[in-house]
Ligand binder design. Structure first.
Ligand SMILES: NC(=O)c1ccc[n+]([C@@H]2O[C@H](COP(=O)([O-])OP(=O)(O)OC[C@H]3O[C@@H](n4cnc5c(N)ncnc54)[C@H](OP(=O)(O)O)[C@@H]3O)[C@@H](O)[C@H]2O)c1
Length: 278
């Protein structure tokens, strides 16, 4: 896989990203380590409440234009004006005047699963199209959108989404949705490629990694690469941040078949009291 993926407006996106969900007080140091390691795509959202730490890390390490920053409209914001207001705040907190990618975080607000937000998503999409037209954002997209959610935007919007960011990991690799995105020239960013650490519970992943002499983390991330998806990985630990940034390696048919054959959804491996959502 190339070091970059080309989006349908021609913009290049790094094929490996650093995620910042839940890094809290460790954000600045983790992001600095990620940039020094070579990551050039940073992924955030206002609900992660870590934008000042990211801005500090950037100021101390690299020119803004060397980075590809993705942020997201929070799931509960479903109006045109609300979307423009939050983007103003995102830019202020990140101390930048543009985003490389801006996504709608979720088709429905948390807790409203099963309800129809097609009209509202289209309204937010119009705000994203406006920000795209005036060069505040390089590309626009969505996250956790199903085929139906995408169809609503593709059929009724003016600009087709450039990106759909989806939770993709061994045991949960969404072949039909990946095909639909490919048919529509939509690149997939793969969030949670380690399923928040739960992929390590797969004996098949661990045994296969051992037989290939690579770490389970590298194999899980490489599997996502092999699907043509750009993984976005999070870690607070310098040794993990470095381990997870590597040149993708080819996987033979047998290994791919083994990994595709994992059909246990690791999201079921829940810590006590947690919900199943990723
Ligand atoms: N659009 C959305 O709805 C959405 C949803 C979820 C996530 N995201 C984005 O995607 C990013 C990544 O997803 P995620 O944070 O859910 O989970 P993830 O990247 O799948 O997993 C992170 C977990 O794996 C551990 N880990 C990382 N590297 C490791 C290694 N080499 N060996 C062992 N453990 C390792 C980390 O612990 P340590 O810190 O100890 O290394 C952390 O607990 C997020 O940060 C966020 O930016 C987006």
């Amino acid at each position: 896989m190339a070091k970059h993926l080309r989006l349908h407006n021609g913009l290049l996106m790094p094929s490996m990203g650093f995620g910042t969900l839940g890094l809290g007080g460790e954000t600045k140091e983790a992001v600095k380590t990620a940039i020094e390691t070579g990551y050039r795509l940073l992924e955030t959202a206002p609900i992660y409440q870590n934008e000042p730490g990211i801005a500090d890390a950037i100021e101390e390490t690299i020119d803004r234009d060397q980075l590809f920053i993705t942020s997201k409209i929070p799931p509960h914001i479903k109006t045109y004006d609300g979307a423009l207001r939050i983007v103003k705040r995102i830019l202020k907190h990140l101390r930048t005047d543009y985003l490389d990618a801006l996504l709608i975080n979720n088709p429905v607000p948390w807790g409203k699963e099963g309800e129809d937000f097609n009209k509202e998503n289209l309204e937010v999409w119009r705000a994203l199209e406006y920000l795209y037209d005036n060069d505040t954002v390089g590309v626009i997209g969505v996250s956790n959108f199903t085929e139906q959610d995408l169809k609503n935007i593709i059929d009724r919007g003016r600009i087709k989404p450039h990106i759909n960011q989806l939770g993709i990991f061994v045991g949960h690799d969404l072949p039909a949705l990946r095909d639909y995105c490919a048919e529509n020239d939509i690149v997939i960013q793969g969030h949670s490629p380690l399923a928040r650490g739960r992929v390590f519970k797969h004996s098949v992943l661990n045994e296969t990694a051992k037989s290939l002499n690579v770490s389970p983390s590298k194999l899980a991330i490489n599997f996502v690469h092999a699907l043509g998806v750009a993984p976005v990985i999070r870690s607070a630990k310098p040794e993990h941040i470095k381990e997870n940034f590597f040149k993708p390696f080819p996987l033979n048919e047998e290994t791919l078949a083994k990994l595709h054959g994992i059909n246990h959804d690791v999201r079921d491996y829940l810590p006590p009291g947690a919900t199943r959502q990723l």
